[in-house]
Design a protein around this ligand. Structure first.
Ligand SMILES: *[C@@H]1O[C@H](CO)[C@@H](O)[C@H](O)[C@H]1NC(C)=O
Ligand SMILES: *[C@@H]1O[C@H](CO)[C@@H](O)[C@H](O)[C@H]1NC(C)=O
Ligand SMILES: *[C@@H]1O[C@H](CO)[C@@H](O)[C@H](O)[C@H]1NC(C)=O
Ligand SMILES: *[C@@H]1O[C@H](CO)[C@@H](O)[C@H](O)[C@H]1NC(C)=O
Ligand SMILES: *[C@@H]1O[C@H](CO)[C@@H](O)[C@H](O)[C@H]1NC(C)=O
Length: 444
């Protein structure tokens, strides 16, 4: 009787082990040596930073210590010797739009440049959340490796990330996707970090994660160690950015895409806001405390982080620059208005929100960034709850001590923010009515 009992127990244990092993192997990808060996001691830590902007022709704003997006991306491709890896939410470089022939030209030139990389033996790898793009199919026929991600089944979201990795040592991250309008009619902002292989190694892990998910219908619960984060909120990477000391790390979303040690986008934003001492400047397309644009479900997320900062940080100054465009939700005005009133007469804080609108509706796709006196967060997600829950995004945090050096990255980005904030395109909130963003009247 006793031995029979023992048998049952042993059998159950064996079964458990088998199931566990099967689970582990189904969840973890075991790869070949696709990943290059990465030597932390020898990677590049002295990086140069370029601020990239595209300013539409009909917008009279000067480039503020920034370079044109089109020429910087073109230069990156010219420099490429071995590999170009691209994640973009859109692929519409080859426009068939007959009304904007001149503007569309830049997109076609960039596509051409991408296609001709092959003749210089530079490999091109693309990850896309589109299901079947004729442009990517063309690129694939011309020698690029394209992986499609079925985000709808993976997380019920989109692939919002937008970045490039060139030769595993340069990176681009910003609001512009592979869209002809980003190079001509849209206002865009982004960063290029040159000779920065230590940081790129970590961003490349995000790329590899996407790369592995092609054809997958579920997200594995365990990730390979080769995808674990190299940098995080608690483990910053020390770099020289244009000869100024900086600490950086990468964050991602949604949670199920956050591998071991990886900081979540919302945690990164929260930390950046918490560490601010004198100011928090935000540039964002939408500001809504909602889970999702079409469903009235409250999401306190970033709004509550800001309100907390205003309440507990004495002397803090907050500025929020929000796009006024076709899809501006009517609640945006009310939310900003209530935020703005938080400091009214009582608290030792100041907060101001403004709407930014360009002559042409829908030509604004500003990066989502938070800039403070101590750090910058630049990311790809719209600030609504469902984006962080379901869409794949990536963010970069740069922390720098105040050095009074006008050439530090944070100072340079502040100059870009200040230019927009004080420009003719930015308008304070109106007390009684929300702005007619769709009509784009500058009447008040
Ligand atoms: C771009 O589009 C045009 C027509 O719409 C087509 O003839 C051409 O082959 C396309 N070019 C590429 C590189 O896909
Ligand atoms: C992609 O679209 C083309 C036509 O645009 C179609 O012929 C092809 O079957 C589609 N491929 C897939 C995998 O859906
Ligand atoms: C400021 O930064 C520049 C390089 O960006 C450097 O050459 C200069 O020495 C720095 N100045 C100070 C006071 O640190
Ligand atoms: C908002 O949520 C609803 C229901 O969950 C969904 O049907 C809709 O597609 C979502 N809208 C957006 C813009 O994500
Ligand atoms: C702006 O970029 C986001 C993703 O980065 C995209 O979903 C949106 O459609 C873009 N807006 C326009 C007007 O292109």
């Amino acid at each position: 009787m006793k031995s029979q009992h023992k048998c049952v127990v042993v059998f159950a244990l064996v079964c458990c082990c088998a199931v566990l092993i099967a689970l582990i192997f189904s969840a973890v990808d075991v790869w070949g040596d696709e990943e290059e060996s990465f030597n932390e001691g020898q990677c590049g830590r002295s990086c140069r930073v370029l601020l990239l902007e595209n300013i539409p022709e009909d917008v009279s704003l000067p480039y503020e210590d920034s370079v044109s997006l089109r020429s910087a991306l073109g230069d990156l491709l010219d420099q490429a010797r071995r590999s170009v890896e691209i994640v973009s939410p859109r692929w519409t470089l080859n426009s068939s739009d007959q009304t904007h022939l001149a503007q569309a030209r830049q997109g076609q030139l960039l596509l051409h440049q991408l296609i001709s990389l092959r003749s210089r033996s530079v490999s091109v790898r693309v990850v896309s959340g589109l299901s079947n793009s004729s442009e990517l199919n063309t690129l694939a026929r011309r020698g690029a490796d394209v992986h499609y991600l079925n985000m709808k089944t993976l997380t019920k979201g989109e692939l919002s990330s937008s970045f490039w990795i060139v030769d595993r040592k340069h990176l681009y991250m910003g609001s512009a996707g592979m869209d002809w309008r980003s190079l001509s009619t849209m206002k865009e902002f982004g960063l290029v970090l040159l000779d920065c292989s230590c940081l790129v190694a970590d961003l490349h892990r995000v790329f590899s994660l996407y790369w592995q998910l092609q054809y997958k219908e579920f997200v594995p619960s365990l990730w390979s160690k080769k995808l674990s984060a190299l940098t995080s909120r608690d483990q910053n990477l020390r770099l020289q950015l244009d000869d100024t000391e900086a600490q950086v790390y990468i964050s991602t979303s949604p949670d199920v895409f956050c591998t071991r040690e990886r900081t979540k986008d919302l945690e990164a934003i929260s930390r950046v806001i918490q560490e601010a001492q004198s100011f928090i400047y935000i540039s964002i397309p939408d500001y809504l405390p909602l889970l999702n644009r079409s469903q009235l479900r409250y999401w306190s997320g970033i709004d509550s982080m800001l309100r907390e900062a205003l309440l507990v940080k004495s002397g803090i100054s907050v500025r929020v620059l929000v796009s006024c465009w076709t899809h501006t939700h009517p609640l945006t005005h009310n939310t900003l208005w209530s935020l703005q009133n938080l400091c009214f007469q009582t608290l030792s804080c100041s907060v101001e929100a403004r709407f930014f609108s360009l002559p042409q509706p829908d030509t604004l796709n500003r990066s989502r960034f938070v800039l403070t006196d101590t750090s910058l967060y630049i990311g790809s997600q719209s600030w609504m709850g469902s984006e962080f829950v379901s869409s794949a995004g990536v963010g970069l945090v740069i922390r720098q001590q105040q050095q009074g050096n006008s050439s530090s990255v944070l100072q340079r980005i502040r100059a870009v923010f200040d230019r927009d904030w004080h420009s003719q395109y930015s308008r304070p909130l109106h007390t009684t009515h929300s702005p007619a963003c769709t009509a784009h009247t500058h009447s008040d």
